[in-house]
Design a binder for this molecule. Sequence first.
Ligand SMILES: CC(C)(COP(=O)(O)OP(=O)(O)OC[C@H]1O[C@@H](n2cnc3c(N)ncnc32)[C@H](O)[C@@H]1OP(=O)(O)O)[C@@H](O)C(=O)NCCC(=O)NCCS
Length: 201
Amino acid sequence: MVGNTGSPPGREFLYDANLLKELDWSSVKDFTKPSISNVQPGEDWLLVRPLKIEDYDHGFLKLLSQLTKVGSVTKEEFIRQFYAMKSAGGYYVTVIEDTRDHSIIGSSTLITEFKFIHECSLRARLEDVVVNNTYRGKQLGKLIVLTVSLLAKRLGCYKMSLDCKDNLIPFYKSIGYRMEPGNANSMTIRYDETPPATAPS
Ligand SMILES: CC(C)(COP(=O)(O)OP(=O)(O)OC[C@H]1O[C@@H](n2cnc3c(N)ncnc32)[C@H](O)[C@@H]1OP(=O)(O)O)[C@@H](O)C(=O)NCCC(=O)NCCS
């Protein structure tokens, strides 16, 4: 098994949990009412932390299936992917745990990319944001997105961007994301679908 952190196998985080300890929430404190943060999430049974392997058994993939198709993923496949991400670096899958039953009720992923541009900078992407539908409307979406956004800032990224459905534009605007004039399009080519017989004109 890959992964060399000194932690017992299966009890380690995907990334260093200390990175979440000192995020500076001062610039975003007005985005939540009442004001919350990853260390003071509003309820003592909420825990914001990096993903760990045990989350496979506590509903992590079921949660992701509320976002998109997950398909069948065995624990072995999950562990392999976990260590592939960990050894590659740059993957910050962050979850909210309900510590009363250890279920995973929210998740978002920060991915960082090394660049040559902007003087060899680091840029960030936000992916796979989801909150369990029975917990929605309680600021947990804002909590998990703001946590990884502040983490990106702490890691030194010069910008963070995301793709989202039209109806979620107000959600992301309410926590500081902007559509940049002339630079707010998202285009896709899919390799997991049969292409159309003729290309549309
Ligand atoms: C998007 C999502 C993560 C928001 O989670 P949440 O915990 O309900 O969000 P919050 O409680 O922090 O809501 C924050 C604000 O966004 C608004 N909002 C949340 N989800 C919304 C939605 N689907 N459509 C429109 N507005 C939404 C809320 O009304 C709230 O507004 P307010 O601050 O003015 O009251 C959640 O709805 C979800 O998991 N959706 C399914 C997966 C998905 O679409 N993910 C986003 C991929 S880009």
